[in-house]
Design a protein. Structure first.
Length: 254
């Protein structure tokens, strides 16, 4: 997929602005190694009322020359600062895998800064923040071990995994992304009151149902949990069903 070129919020949001002010901005956060272009197919999926805002992390695709973050606190602090001018309308957050953790901490940081809570926290394929990590860390492992982990997750095409030159280009950023996830320590805090909607892949052995269900604890508001067909990257393979559920969660009429 070709990289998007229009950027705003100091490069954190990629893609053209909407023709009119939306009712809700949906900030979409990618998984390990993912880029803003992951969410390009979502544009227009929710009508004119919801603006899809794909988030590009430093070190990824349109920001390849920038150093990638390795700790969630610094990442969220920088992202929250960049979004100041984007919070003139209600916002929602969606994140897949690593993106679900970043979405959670971003919502906390925006609340601390007085921006209020999201209208919905939408978390996909990511373990609840309080749960301990179950896989050995790979952000400092050998290239071979890191590639094995990627192959298990299924996050990169096999042709990339088998091409040394491409791997050398992607691995430093992928290591940084894994470091964000693997060095995270959950700090208890006041729960949200907003709705939380969680998504799990029916065949996701990496983040199974039991590790997603405790997302219910992060809010006193409504919680729903949907199981979609597919493995860890059901966000792609079950896209129509996922978008339909998101449409309902965002109260968008089509």
């Amino acid at each position: 997929m070709r990289p998007l070129t229009a950027r705003r919020a100091d490069g954190w949001i990629v893609g053209p602005p909407p023709a009119r002010t939306p009712a809700v901005r949906l900030f979409c956060l990618p998984y390990v190694g993912g880029a803003a272009s992951v969410y390009e197919p979502w544009r227009g999926a929710f009508g004119d009322d919801v603006e899809v805002c794909p988030v590009e992390l430093p070190g990824h695709q349109t920001r390849l020359r920038e150093p990638a973050f390795t700790h969630v606190d610094a990442l969220v602090d920088a992202l929250a600062s960049a979004l100041v001018d984007e919070l003139d309308v209600p916002y929602a957050l969606f994140g897949h895998s690593l993106g679900s953790l970043v979405a959670f901490e971003l919502a906390r940081e925006l609340r601390r800064r007085g921006a209020g809570e999201p209208v919905a926290l939408l978390v996909s394929g990511g373990p609840a923040p309080r749960l301990p990590r179950v896989h050995p860390p790979v952000h400092a492992a050998s290239d071979a071990e890191l590639v094995d982990r990627l192959r298990t997750l299924g996050g990169l095409p096999e042709e990339v995994l088998e091409e040394p030159d491409l791997l050398r280009r992607f691995l430093p950023t992928i290591r940084a992304d894994f470091a964000v996830f693997e060095t995270y320590t959950h700090e208890p805090g006041p729960p949200f009151a907003c709705p939380v909607v969680a998504f799990t892949g029916s065949e996701d052995t990496d983040v199974p149902l039991a590790r997603v269900a405790p997302w219910a604890e992060v809010s006193t508001g409504p919680f729903s949990h949907h199981v979609l067909p597919g493995g860890h990257f059901f966000v792609h393979t079950a896209r129509p069903a996922l978008l339909s559920l998101l449409r309902g969660a965002l109260a968008v009429d089509r």
